[in-house]
Ligand binder design. Structure first.
Ligand code: ADP
Ligand code: MG
Length: 698
């Protein structure tokens, strides 16, 4: 029988294949490009393309595609076949270096937020050799960046690669200051934990809201939800286990290290976590994982929901972005070292993250902002929309000791002096306890927990890498010119703790008192919705930082702000229209039919015996009648609000209107409809209930 190690990565043009198939010199040069980010000698592209094509064809591939990540958040591909006519009337399979390196998809329909007028269809894709090519179906997929002809990024990969480069550059400066002369590059790595729901295809087909919007827009609470906590880490149902088995196999073939899987808090909710890898590869892998989850689910008669909040009142789905940084020749720069000198270096990197999260809390919030994720943040299940950091008691005590020149418990010296004392080894269990924190230190990495389940992880990591690069740049500028390195370092760390400790919070993030303290006492930002936070992408401090590190151009930032807000508006408008449709064509008629049948009953009973009071029917008909009135009125109010949405070219104004006038009316309509659901006989209700859907997979 074939074992996992036999087929792991069998569909990937990975290092093993490259070493075997490429001429020695070509392999060495490509490897240097991959490991050190050096530009590839274009003369070698033909040889790489040839080897890649031969390998892909031997695996049954007939086509190739430049696989990229436009701003829609999903991936895009345009397939070209390898075939080329041969003089004898047949075909040969061809693929040139030029075709490998650069593609020109007809890109006019991808969102560009004004960067590229739609009539100017030309954009180009450029090969990213740092992420391995792979085969999907019969197609060789080449991971690429996607840019306009003017060189502006139209995708998520380009700024991600730029942010990794910015972080690399500044982190290396710091490492050199600590005497590390051998590290060639510093990379951020990520392990994203992915949550999702599985429901049956029958349930999905019967719910227009899930079909059109990915979430339920109506639905009364089921008698049993997640109250018993019996689902979390519970026994996995046979049908789900089969799905997971199949999914793992597909992911492993693609070299994706799917590692853990378990049931999540809500019924029908599950999680998959891979082993961490370099950020841009992890991002590609996560996009692929989401795609393959949906494909495999379909094969099993299931639908995988990646929406952040498919069911109101039930736990939503997020993504935990476990992030760390490491030099190519060392361990995580976020784990305490064995010597005092390494400890000082660790504390400086730790400070760089603390400062980054404080200074750019708005960018982190923005990086996870979508209409879907707004329902999750702050709903007492996911971290609040206020960004804060959890360090754990031990590390906190160390920082306090440094800040106040006080002895740290266990240290014999009179004060915690950097470069002299050895830090304690942190107990992972102690750092991993707080599940309510948006940004938690977990021993050798940080876990950023605000991401929504459907988000591309690119956005969050772009902001993280860039803002940490900014802290490190400031530190390097100061330390490179310091007369006394150790003293300057000590003062720098002390000052950073003092200036940024407001972002550190070790308590319960779900507590209302915390939100009050965070905003009123500490002055942290609380952007509850996408409409609230997104315009701040263009705040001067954010534009200055992101452009100074070459992560975005001003035009790119403007276009992204516009696209994200447009997305928000479109999402909510589609939801509102779906609600109107369901209320009018399904819910109101069903309630009316039930009422009519009840009323007919009354007539039958009265005809038999005019003294029968028919209190049950009369009361219910009256209640239902008032509810159908409410449903009709609220549907109309929602429709009117949609019609009167200002036809403005200013998307910031439009998104604010949607937040203030549409979402609230949707909420009101839902309340009336959900109450009607609880009073209407089940056989009359026009679609499956929460109970039906959540417990549909056996
Ligand atoms: P837990 O399951 O308790 O949250 P794990 O150690 O299993 O903790 O980590 C969860 C995720 O974090 C996994 O995807 C793992 O690969 C990832 N991870 C572990 N170490 C690192 C690291 N140094 N950088 C990035 N991600 C990491
Ligand atoms: Mg975790």
């Amino acid at each position: 029988m074939e074992t996992v190690s036999d087929y792991f990565g069998s569909l990937v043009f990975d290092d093993r294949v490259m070493r075997a198939k490429l001429p020695g010199k070509v392999y060495e040069s490509l490897k240097k490009t991959i490991d050190e980010g050096l530009e590839l000698d274009s003369g070698l592209a033909n040889a790489v393309a040839e080897a890649m094509k031969d390998w892909a064809v031997s695996k049954g591939a007939t086509h190739y595609t430049h696989w990229f990540q436009p701003l829609t958040g999903v991936t895009a591909e345009k397939h070209d076949s390898f075939i080329s006519p041969s003089p004898d009337g047949g075909v040969i399979m061809e693929f040139s270096g030029k075709e490998l390196i650069k593609g020109e998809p007809d890109a006019s329909s991808f969102p560009s937020g004004g960067l590229r007028a739609t009539f100017e269809a030309r954009g180009y894709t450029a090969w990213d050799p740092t992420s391995y090519a792979f085969i999907k179906g019969k197609t060789l997929c080449i991971p690429t960046a996607f840019c306009s002809y003017g060189g502006h990024a139209l995708d998520k990969k380009t700024p991600l690669l730029r942010s990794m480069e910015a972080l690399n550059k500044q982190a290396l400066r710091i490492l050199r200051l600590f005497g590390n002369t051998t590290a060639r590059c510093v990379r951020s790595s990520v392990g994203p934990e992915q949550e999702y729901f599985l429901i049956t295809k029958e349930m999905y087909d019967a719910r227009p809201d899930i079909k059109f919007t990915g979430r339920t827009l109506f639905g009364a609470k089921p008698p049993k939800g997640q109250e018993m906590d019996d689902h979390y880490f519970g026994v996995i149902k046979p049908r789900v286990a089969e799905f997971m088995e199949d999914l793992n196999e597909e992911l492993w073939k693609l070299g994706i290290m799917a590692k853990t899987e378990h049931n999540e808090v809500a019924p029908a909710q599950h999680e998959l976590a891979p082993i961490f890898t370099t950020t841009n590869v992890a991002t590609d892998h996560n996009q692929l994982t989401m795609e393959i989850m949906q494909k495999v689910a379909a094969r099993h008669g299931l639908v995988c929901l990646l929406h952040e909040k498919p069911f109101a009142g039930v736990n939503g789905s997020g993504k935990h972005n476990n992030w760390s940084i490491a030099a190519d020749n060392g361990k995580s720069l976020l784990s305490p070292g064995d010597t005092p000198y390494e400890n000082a270096q660790f504390l400086l990197f730790l400070c760089s993250v603390i400062q980054a999260v404080d200074d750019y809390q708005d960018l982190l919030r923005i990086s996870v902002a979508t209409a879907g994720n707004d329902h999750r943040l702050g709903a007492n299940e996911a971290p609040p929309a206020v960004v804060s950091m959890f360090l754990g008691d031990e590390l906190n005590a160390v920082l306090e000791a440094i800040e106040n020149d006080r002895p740290y418990k266990g240290a014999e010296k009179t004060q915690m002096k950097l470069g002299v004392d050895v830090l304690p080894k942190f107990n992972r269990d102690a750092t991993d306890r707080n599940r309510t924190s948006p940004f938690a230190f977990t021993g050798n990495k940080f876990e950023f927990r605000m991401l929504g389940s459907s988000n591309s992880i690119a956005c969050a990591n772009i902001m993280l890498n860039a803002s940490v690069a900014e802290s490190l740049k400031q530190y390097a500028d100061l330390l490179e010119n310091a007369e006394n390195f150790e003293d300057t370092l000590h003062e720098l760390i002390k000052k950073t703790i003092k200036d940024h400790k407001r972002i550190i919070f070790n308590g319960n993030g779900y507590d209302d008192a915390w939100i009050k303290e965070a905003t009123e006492v500490r002055g942290l930002t609380n952007y509850r919705t996408t409409a609230d936070c997104m315009p701040h992408l263009l705040d001067k401090k954010n534009v200055d930082m992101l452009t100074s590190h070459g992560v975005f151009t001003v035009e790119e930032l403007r276009s992204r702000c516009e696209i994200m807000l447009e997305n928000y508006c479109k999402t909510v408008v589609i939801e509102a229209n779906t609600m109107i449709d369901m209320a009018r064509t399904q819910i109101a008629p069903a309630v009316e039919k039930y009422s009519a049948d009840l009323a007919a009953n009354v007539a039958v009973k009265k005809a038999a015996d005019s003294s029968i009071a028919c209190r049950y029917e009369t009361k219910l008909v009256s209640k239902l009648s008032s509810l159908t009135d409410s449903i009709a009125e609220r549907t109309e109010a929602l429709e009117n609000a949609l019609i009167s949405l200002h036809d403005t070219s200013n998307v910031i104004e439009e998104s604010a209107e949607i937040r203030d006038r549409i979402l609230s009316r949707m909420g009101e309509l839902r309340i009336a409809a959900d109450e009607a659901e609880t009073l209407t006989a089940r056989s009359y209700w026009p679609f499956p209930t929460y109970g039906d859907i959540l417990f549909s997979v056996k």
